[in-house]
Design a protein around this ligand. Structure first.
Ligand code: ADP
Length: 487
C-alpha cells in the first residue's frame, strides 16, 4: 500500500510557519520502486532561503541562552515522538527513497537515538579553569555554540542524516537552516512536524527545499551562517568547502567512500559471508560505507564465492513496503545508468559475472529502477568500479595472497571513510586495523552507524565526526577568558 498520495502537497517551514513558496512551484517526489508520484513539495529559492536565515539568526540569541536542560528536554520529547511514529515514518522513507520497510524502521530508530544521545550530551558541555602563573589572574575556558548553521543532506538516509545534524546543532545551542535532498524531502518535513510538536521554538529550525545550487549559494554567501554541515558527494563537498573558505566558515563534511572489505583465510567463513551480503545489499548498495572492493584471500576464494552466490541468489527484490523484500530499487534513472555502466565496463575489461548483471524484470513493479543483486569476480585496478563509487547492488571481488599486499591495495584510493576486516587472528586484526587509512574500521562487524561511535572519514572522504563522544565539539567554539583581580 502506498501511504502517500500524489495529490498531497507539502510546505516549507520557516520561522515556525508552514508556507508555500512565492513562486508557487512544486517538486514531484517519485517512488523509485513504482515510478508513482508520492507527493508534491513546495520549491523555494533565494527569497525563502534568506527568510530562513533571518529566522535562524533572530532566534539564535534566545536559543543559545536557553539552559542545556531545557534543550535536552525538547530533544528527548522528539526522541519519544519519533518512536511513537515509527511505522508511519518508515513507510514515508520506503515510499520516497525505496529502501525495504525493515531497513526503514531501523533508520527511524537510529534517527531517534541521535536525539536521545545528543540530549544526554547536551548536559555535559564543560569548560575549564586553569591555574595562572600570576597571583592576580583568573583564567578560564568556556564553550559556546558556533552560531546559526546550514545543513545539507542527501537522499540515501532521508531521516537519519537530518537527525545526525539537527540533534547536535540543537543540543549545542545552534539554530539551523536545513536543505534536504530534493529527491526525498518528505521524511525531513515529517521530522520537522514532530520537532514543532516537541516544542522547538519558532525560528530555531527552518526547512528550505528547491534548487540545490541556488539555495546553497545563498547559505554560503551569508556571513551570519557560521558553519556548514554537509553529507553528500565528494564533488559537491569540495565545492562547498571552497565557498565556505571565503568567510572561514566552520565545516563538517561526510563525503564519498570506497570501502575495502578484507576477508582473510582465518575468518569464520559462514558468519563472514552472512555479514558481507547484509552489508553490501543494505539500502541497495547506496551507502557511503558500502563495501566497494571485497578482497578475498586466494586460498578461500572459491568457497567464499560459492556461499556468497547462494545467498545473493536468495535475496528477494521489489517494492519494499512488502515485509519480505530484501533489496529495493536504486534511487533514479541516473543511479541505474551508473550501475549498468560500471558492470559493463568491468565485464568488458575481463571481470566475470557470478550472478545478476542485468536490469531486473523480476521485481514486482515494472516502472521501478531495479537492478539485480550482482556479483563480479576477477575485478582489477583498471576498472571504473574499482575507482568510483557505484552506489548500487554490485559486489566486486578481488583476490590477494598476503597481508602486506592487501593493505597496500586497500589504501590505494583518495577516499578514506570505512574499511572492514574479517579474521579470527587477534594480532592480525590489530595490525591491519591500525594500518588502514580510514576513519572507521569494522573488525568482524559491518555496522558502523551507531550513535555511540564517531562516524566520519579522512582524506577526500571528509572532515569532522558525527555521533559518539565529543559529537558536540563540531558545533561549539572555545572562548578563552582571562581576568585581573584587584586585592
Ligand atoms: P548525490 O550524488 O548522492 O545526490 P550530492 O552531493 O549531489 O550527492 O547531493 C547531496 C546534497 O547536496 C543534496 O541535498 C543536494 O541537493 C545538495 N547539492 C547538490 N549540489 C549542490 C550545490 N551546488 N550546492 C549546494 N548543495 C548541493
Amino acid at each position: 500500500m502506498e501511504l502517500l498520495k500524489s495529490s498531497k502537497k507539502y510546505q516549507l517551514f520557516i520561522n515556525g510557519e508552514w508556507k508555500n513558496s512565492i513562486s508557487n512551484q512544486f517538486i514531484e517526489v517519485i517512488n523509485p520502486a513504482t515510478g508513482n508520484i508520492v507527493g508534491q513539495v513546495a520549491s523555494g529559492n533565494i527569497v525563502e532561503t534568506k527568510e530562513a536565515i533571518d529566522a535562524a539568526c533572530d532566534s539564535f540569541f534566545s536559543w543559545s541562552k536557553e539552559t542545556s536542560k531545557a534543550r535536552a528536554d525538547i530533544l528527548m520529547r522528539l526522541y519519544f515522538l519519533l518512536l511513537e511514529n515509527e511505522e508511519y515514518l518508515a513507510s514515508v522513507i520506503t515510499n520516497e527513497m525505496g529502501k525495504p520497510i525493515v531497513q526503514a524502521r531501523k533508520e527511524v530508530q537510529t534517527a531517534a537515538e541521535h536525539f536521545r544521545w545528543n540530549a544526554e550530551e547536551a548536559r555535559r558541555i564543560y569548560g575549564q579553569t586553569i591555574q595562572s602563573s600570576e597571583k592576580q589572574k583568573r583564567l578560564s575556558i568556556i564553550r559556546q555554540p558556533v552560531g546559526p548553521v546550514a545543513a545539507i543532506t542527501p537522499w540515501n538516509f532521508p531521516l537519519s542524516m537530518v537527525a545526525r545534524k539537527l540533534a547536535p546543532a540543537l543540543a549545542s545551542g545552534c539554530t539551523i537552516v536545513l536543505k534536504p535532498a530534493e529527491q526525498t524531502p518528505i521524511s525531513a518535513i515529517e521530522l520537522f512536524k514532530l520537532a514543532e510538536k516537541a516544542g522547538v521554538p519558532n525560528g530555531v529550525i527552518n526547512l528550505v527545499i528547491g534548487n540545490p545550487k541556488e539555495i546553497g549559494d545563498v547559505l554560503l554567501e551569508d556571513k551570519r551562517i557560521r558553519k556548514i554541515t554537509f553529507t553528500g558527494s565528494t564533488e559537491v563537498g569540495k565545492l562547498l568547502y571552497k565557498n565556505a573558505a571565503k568567510q572561514v566558515k566552520r565545516v563538517s563534511m561526510e563525503l564519498g567512500g570506497h570501502a575495502p572489505m578484507i576477508v582473510f583465510e582465518d575468518c569464520d567463513l559462514e558468519s563472514t559471508v552472512n555479514q558481507v551480503v547484509k552489508s553490501k545489499f543494505n539500502n541497495t548498495g547506496q551507502t557511503c560505507v558500502s563495501p566497494n572492493r571485497i578482497y578475498v584471500q586466494q586460498s578461500i576464494k572459491d568457497s567464499f564465492i560459492n556461499l556468497f552466490k547462494e545467498q545473493v541468489q536468495s535475496l528477494k527484490m521489489g517494492y519494499g513496503i512488502d515485509e519480505n523484500i530484501d533489496v529495493g530499487p536504486v534511487v533514479n534513472q541516473s543511479g541505474l545508468d551508473k550501475v549498468k555502466k560500471h558492470v559493463e565496463d568491468a565485464i568488458q575489461k575481463g571481470a566475470t559475472l557470478v550472478v545478476g548483471g542485468t536490469v531486473s524484470d523480476k521485481a514486482n513493479h515494472k516502472n521501478g529502477y531495479f537492478y539485480e543483486p550482482t556479483v563480479l569476480d576477477h575485478v582489477d585496478e583498471q576498472m571504473l568500479i574499482t575507482n568510483q563509487e557505484t552506489f548500487g547492488p554490485v559486489a566486486p571481488i578481488f583476490s590477494f595472497e598476503t597481508e602486506d599486499e592487501v593493505v597496500k591495495k586497500a589504501n590505494n584510493t583518495d577516499y578514506g571513510l570505512a574499511a572492514y576486516i574479517f579474521t579470527e587472528n587477534l594480532s592480525r586484526s590489530v595490525r591491519v586495523s591500525e594500518a588502514l587509512e580510514y576513519g572507521m574500521v569494522g573488525i568482524n562487524d559491518t555496522v558502523l552507524s551507531q550513535v555511540e561511535g564517531s562516524f566520519g572519514g579522512i582524506k577526500e572522504s571528509g572532515i569532522g565526526r558525527e555521533g559518539g563522544p565529543g559529537c558536540l565539539e563540531e558545533f561549539l567554539e572555545t572562548k578563552w577568558i582571562t581576568s585581573t583581580i584587584r586585592d
